[in-house]
Design a protein around this ligand. Structure first.
Ligand code: GRF
Length: 189
């Protein structure tokens, strides 16, 4: 019997995408680690609930990105991680991890990239008064939301939408799209 591939989720906040991944059925990989850069992020409680080991670190305790990414790399190696899924991880991945996990790091972003990269993509879409925005899953490279696109799904914006309502619509799509892309990319179980 071949063993399942192993993946780590990196997150900094609420962790609703982490939860959606954990709750999705027929995932072709096992989530073996949560990496979190915010010691008080709610996603940590979610990982406890699912019995997923966590590596929580505070970047301000390290001299530079390379120093904490070496620590992360150690944890990933110990857990024999093959894939990294970024789910609201609010940091740029540096060369240490990019080199080691080339082509194996993906991210979910709440816009139709290349539109509205970076922070507050939902606010940016409302500000720009677009009729349609959406969700993108893409490979991670050294830029901010610039890597090759894997899948996109659109969400219509109404004139009544606020950041909260648009975020709700976008997240409902994210929670289905991310597990689906993971299944497509890694192969059915
Ligand atoms: C998601 O909207 C994702 O697209 C973005 O960060 C948000 C994370 O939300 N990268 P959550 O922590 O998964 O609820």
């Amino acid at each position: 019997m071949t063993s399942l591939m192993k993946a780590a989720v990196f997150a900094s906040g609420t962790g609703s995408n982490f939860q959606a991944i954990m709750e999705s059925t027929n995932l072709p990989c096992q989530i073996v680690l949560l990496v979190c850069d915010k010691p008080d992020a709610p996603v940590i409680q979610k990982a406890k609930h699912f019995n997923i080991p966590t590596f929580v670190f505070d970047p301000s305790e390290y001299s530079r990105k390379e120093a904490y990414e070496r620590q992360i790399e150690k944890k990933l190696e110990e857990a024999r991680v093959d894939w990294i899924f970024l789910a609201g991880y609010m940091r740029i991945i540096g060369p240490t991890l990019l080199k080691k996990y080339e082509g194996k790091i993906i991210n979910i972003h709440p816009s139709l990239l290349p539109q509205f990269p970076g922070k507050d993509a939902i606010g940016q879409a409302l500000q720009a008064r677009v009729d349609v925005t959406g969700v993108t899953v893409h490979y991670v490279d050294e830029g901010i939301d610039t890597g090759p696109i894997i899948a996109q799904e659109s969400v219509s914006v109404s004139s009544e939408d606020t950041v909260e309502t648009l975020q709700q619509k976008i997240q409902a799509i994210e929670h289905k799209l991310y597990p689906r892309v993971i299944r497509d990319l890694l192969g059915e179980k």
